[in-house]
Design a protein around this ligand. Sequence first.
Ligand code: ASP
Ligand code: MG
Length: 413
Amino acid sequence: MKRGLIVQKYGGSSVADVVKIQSVAKRVMKARADGYDVVVVVSALGDTTDDLISLALQITDSPADRELDMLISTGEQVSCALLAMAIHELGGDAISFTGAQVGIMTDNSFTKARIIDINARRIEEALKKRKIVIVAGFQGVDLNNNITTLGRGGSNLTAVALAKVLNAEICEMNTDVEGVFTADPRIVKDARKINRISYEEMFELASLGAQVLQPRSIEFAMKFSIPIHVRSSYSNKKGTIISKEVRAMEDIVVSGVTINKNEAKVTICDVPDKPGIAAKIFREIARQDINVDMIVQNVSRTGATDVSFTVPSGDLIKTIKTAKDISKMIGAGEITFDKDIAKISVVGIGMRSHSGIAAKMFEALAENGINIGMISTSEIKISCVVNAKHGQEAVRAIHSKFNLAKKGKRWTK
Ligand code: ASP
Ligand code: MG
């Protein structure tokens, strides 16, 4: 039966060695035999990208971003060529391309480039000749022909963007897990695979610590309504479909719980309680390109207040230095920090129309004697900062409080 076009992305763990590449080749051939036109996007073998970065760091602490992209883009070129050969061995007709060869044009913000255009002519010609097209993920080229990369996990973005320009029926993300789960199954034994989830929830889950998909790729898929199927590279089972919100999803109040241990908390003590001070603090931090997440300002009784905020752990040293400078500038007190924190979040679109979710989450923590350090909420998520040593326990407590393990019984008020 003749079908439409499918984009299949395979993550690094799915192409980690020769045997795995051979089994991906079989899967691709199967999709072809099922009648699909197939465009495959591959990540670099296993931990190649990390290895390349650590090579660079052995040479210099601050590699030039352009050269870094030149270096780390090589990983994907290896995997796409090997996969093409593996398909040839099975008697299939495949051709591999780099990002530049298939016209993935980006801006010139090296290491986190944005796609500005894709000229898919080369892919379309190959498809017309009935070839299986394999594209190196994660990479593009700027207007001056410099190689760029799309940020860590960027092969997801390559896949979604190609699905858009080629009008694919679906964009499959083949990975080492069976789909998106209600919590990390390594932490919560009875975490359940979610069958269907909205873009918005998935974007939040990914941003808050679920590692399956790059948040940027979900944003892109949402903008153009490209359905995504996250599934295991090692089985034929259905995974998780990410799509537009449908009515039934609204009944589910909480979809998942995440943990993020990659943030640190910084407090500026005795900040003068006057108009314009918060603006000064966070303008200065932004100037250092530090991405602040949660912010808490205490009430002031004495005319001074403490301001706490979280930043990515990697930016902690830079942040402390900046905070010290700011404190001097505005006449505030000492700077304290805490590296051992975990941010636990619950996400669900049903929160828009149901109340009491925050209370329930706090109860779960209280019942387990876990103290909450910071809280923040938005339309479809609630996050609490707890001591890192209680992080996993907190995830389990909340997962069970909301009954997330039971199908169809995800907590509705
Ligand atoms: N190889 C790149 C990374 O590890 C891109 C990707 O895997 O999507 O970030
Ligand atoms: Mg990778």
